[in-house]
Design a protein around this ligand. Sequence first.
Ligand code: FAD
Ligand code: MLT
Ligand code: ZN
Length: 541
Amino acid sequence: MISLRVAIIQTEGCHCEIRKPANMLRHIQIHTIASRKAAVDLIQNGLVRGISQSLQCRRPEVELTSVRYPGVRRGNYAQLSDRHVQHFRSILPKERVITETEDVAGYNVDWLRMVRGVSQIVLKPKITEEVSAILEYCNAENLAVCPQGGNTGLVGGSVPVFDEVIISTSLMNSIVSLDELSGILVCQAGCILENLESYLSERGFMMPLDLGAKGTCQIGGNVSTNAGGIRLIRYGSLQGSVLGIEAVKADGEVIDCLSSLKKDNTGYHLKHLFIGSEGTLGIVTKVSIQCPPSPKAVNVAFLGLDSFDDILRTFTEARSGLGEILSSCEMMDLLSLDAATSNLKLQRPIGEFPFYMLIETSGSNGTHDEEKLTKFLETLMANGVVRDGTVASEPSRIKLMWNLREGITGGLLHDGYVYKYDISLPHNSFYAIIPELRTLLPADKVGRICGYGHVGDGNLHLNITTPKFDPDVLKIIEPFVFEWTSKLKGSVSAEHGIGFKKTQYIHFSKSQSSLNLMVNIKKLMDPKGILNPYKVLPAQH
Ligand code: FAD
Ligand code: MLT
Ligand code: ZN
């Protein structure tokens, strides 16, 4: 039985404005016994194992990185001494030189709680000159440093491996300028992404990137990881939107590439050295970024589907049918969504299906977008590709739907330990690794094997959970996942970076000659290797 009820009400004007029309939510329902059964089977056949007991897990102390990874040796750097601390206090006021063990503790542990360093000091500069003075001194004294933004990185890059000096940009949070004609924003690196979004939306603009960690991550961290996120399909990568960068090299020299020009072909594009280099080539202190105008109409469709092939069909149709208004194309399987619904107690807006998609449109003409979206959904439903769905145009409803997709990352942590992979794959082989891993991994040890991600960008987030870290499980997953990805000519890191966790796997996605050039660039810019050691480049370099 198929029933379709569509009542479209568009929110015009700034998409942050909240209005209350009577029927903001469009609900499309198709009832098929088969699709519900498939979804229920996934749960009942034990694919979500050990979750209830792991929900009761308390947060045990994270094992030291040096203990969990005994093969990683501390570099020949100086040890922090009282003399060093005194010097830092001559650069920064006392309250911005943090040395109390309990105050430093949080900066030593990453968001995923998988790595922990033993730094004894956090420095909090406010201006570029302070960063410069700190780095000049650390370089002269051979003190290793770890740049840290919001500490939401997922590859262990943002925390020290051993006792590196932590340089936190969290107080470098001023907006320098916004050109309201061009939409070019210049700000300090420590501005929180969500704060920038709020600032811009009040002025009719938006950030060209958005991600689940927006409330905590900083633009400097975003640029340093070349973060992708949920709107890359529409606005492209930061390599395109970032127009200029100011950064401080390891020896304290300030590199001013803070261009606010859209076109500037004067020599090498040095900004690209810093975009995505994860704090290994310099500390980003300011960013100039091209911001698009806020859309006038936004719609989000949350769809239930029976198979991954149906996801690909929907994506293909979205690209051609929605065209320029498509602003997000995300997928999640049932077990991924379950991490948000069961573990975070979020409400699922439609029934149980093996797969879900979240499709967002945004544009400047609500009526036009509405026509396109309706036609798109009607076609897919008539063909039986989309089994059930709900569409929202009202900001608070849209947020609820996005919470489901963005809540997965945090929800997974409730299972215990998360083995997190972020790979780029050709679309036709996108999901195949999940069933493969379900046959490879021991049922009694593994809680969840699930996949979600930015399907529109060919970026799968493959996640496996166990109640606690299990080295035997890890041995089955790695290097298998990377070999699989490499055979398909994918990338072992689509958007999260290499950080500490993936250094020995970078060669699966980079040729030896590229790696050699990376090593030479690193030597040129940071000859003593003080900037974020043990990250990005493989250990032998
Ligand atoms: P940090 O985690 O502090 O640092 C990340 C790396 O950048 C480290 O190597 C650090 O040394 C370096 N660094 C930080 N600031 C600077 C600086 N100013 N100069 C030089 N180096 C610096 N990532 C995505 O790409 N897409 C997503 O959709 C996405 N979603 C996420 C959702 C959640 C819930 C979470 C927790 C994370 C998500 N991430 C995502 C990962 C993470 O948020 C991004 O990598 C983000 O860009 C990191 O920003 P940050 O300020 O937290 O940086
Ligand atoms: C996401 O897309 O949700 C993020 O990249 C975080 C994750 O991989 O869990
Ligand atoms: Zn992502």
